[in-house]
Design a protein around this ligand. Structure first.
Ligand code: ZN
Length: 239
């Protein structure tokens, strides 16, 4: 698989966008829904442009569109978008799910493969941030029966979808492992001076222990002076 490579930017459509495409309803998302744009030639920027194009007469929107180069967040992720095709009931996909459109464009060889790789990276990171697993992923199909994301169902058995979910799961596990590694490399250390536990704590980072020197010195009965001119800590103790 190629490396993920994209920039993430926000370009929100205005509240006044036609056809109620930004209804302004607040949403606490509990899943992420994956789509294909259904347009074999458009880029993410083209798709974003279409949302505010005066010729567009559809009440349809989404949250993020991604292609081989960039991901554009077109609506805040805590606001409703119309992408699931299942109405506006409290439990509908429209009211509970973040919609991600993957561009189908493959004008340059491998462009769609790159968009897919980018989507794997984006979604794995979104799951990590929310402490969600791949059980939170939905197809547009799951909400309304529409054949979407259509390019993941070329064989009518959704093999592409299952592979996509598997790739996200693998990437999510890698991300979790490296996050845990960072946590393991930096741990808090309690400080006890002559049997007395200090309120301050030390920190062990990559095998080196860092401690608040003033708290420790003073607990040992010493005085600490900071000389800002020479950037020096002076510790003195008179017996
Ligand atoms: Zn869709």
């Amino acid at each position: 698989m190629t490396q993920a490579s994209y920039i993430y930017r926000k370009d929100y459509i205005p509240q006044t966008t036609a056809c109620n495409r930004r209804p302004g309803l607040s949403m606490t998302a509990s899943s992420i829904t994956v789509h294909n744009t259904g347009n074999p030639s458009s880029t993410a920027a083209n798709e974003r442009g279409w949302l505010t194009n005066p010729n567009n007469t559809r009440t349809a929107s989404y949250h993020i569109v991604i292609d081989a180069k960039e991901a554009i967040e077109v609506l805040p992720l805590n606001e409703v978008a119309w992408h699931a095709g299942d109405g506006s009931g409290a439990a509908s996909g429209n009211r509970t799910s973040i919609g991600i459109e993957i561009c189908e464009r493959d004008v340059a060889a491998g462009e769609y493969a790159q968009a897919l790789t980018n989507a794997v990276e984006l979604i794995a990171n979104m799951l990590l941030e929310r402490n969600w697993g791949v059980d939170r992923l939905r197809r547009h199909y799951d909400w309304s029966g529409k054949n979407c994301p259509r390019l993941m169902n070329k064989d009518g058995k959704w093999t592409g979808w299952h592979q996509f979910v598997q790739q996200i799961d693998t990437r999510l596990k890698e991300l979790k492992a490296s996050t845990n590694q960072i946590k393991r490399n930096s741990t808090e250390a309690a400080l006890i001076v002559n049997g007395k536990k200090l309120e301050h704590k030390g920190e062990v980072k990559n095998g080196v222990t860092y401690v608040p020197i003033r708290a420790i010195a003073e607990a040992l009965g010493a005085t600490v002076k900071w000389d800002s001119q020479t950037q020096t800590v002076k510790i003195e103790k008179n017996d």
